[in-house]
Design a protein around this ligand. Sequence first.
Ligand code: DON
Length: 250
Amino acid sequence: MKRAYADRAVFLGDPDFVQIPTELTTKEYAKSLAAGIDPKKPTPPADLAPGITLDQEGGSTTHFSVIDKDGLAVSNTYTLENSFGNRVVVRGAGYILNNEMTDFNPKPGLTTTRGQIGTRPNRIAPGKRMLSSMTPVIVRKDGRAVLVTGSPGGRTIINTVLCVVLNVLEFGMPVRDAVDAPRLHHQWLPDVAKFEGVKEQPELVAKLKARGHAVEAHRQGDAHTIWVDPKTGRYHGAADRRIDGKAAGH
Ligand code: DON
């Protein structure tokens, strides 16, 4: 199947426009495809169509956390939605406009068990701003920033940030551990609890399922975070290892 679909991408289209090799339906060709199958491991998709460049660019949203020597902090979650946003470039300004219109509830009144929301507050209207999940956070104590975090991830963002903030401030975890710790997400609908580390914790998952929770595995967010040690004032940066990024001091 995988090989046939790769060939579909490489060769097939309207025959008035492209020439489809007749070789594809021969037994010899089938044999040559079969010969490439390793029963012990899957073939990487890129190996099946080496002539096609697979786009490596990240999907869209990113987050960065910054703090300067005086404790001034920036927590910035930045989205275009899909790559190149709505594809409109502001002439002379050098930036692209986002495509956040999809964050309005798409169909008035239609709320589905799969998670589409149709409630009134976020219905589209002229001049109205759409509801965003982006949650750039600066936690301050006595007027000073102590934790700077945020994440991409659409509707999971709110819960990703909640996990990091709770891990550091409630559970006292070092910021590195707080960012690395498995995350969880439930967004009301669909009625599924999504977890990282499901494979590593089969007993926990079995208990949750026994209580009637639907559980799914997933990967959640990319929460680049800074924690300020209240005792020393020292900054600790923890880049999230889930997608991309690094911590740096200057
Ligand atoms: O504003 C929002 O909630 C979304 N447009 C954010 C999109 C996003 O995080 C996609 N990220 N992976």
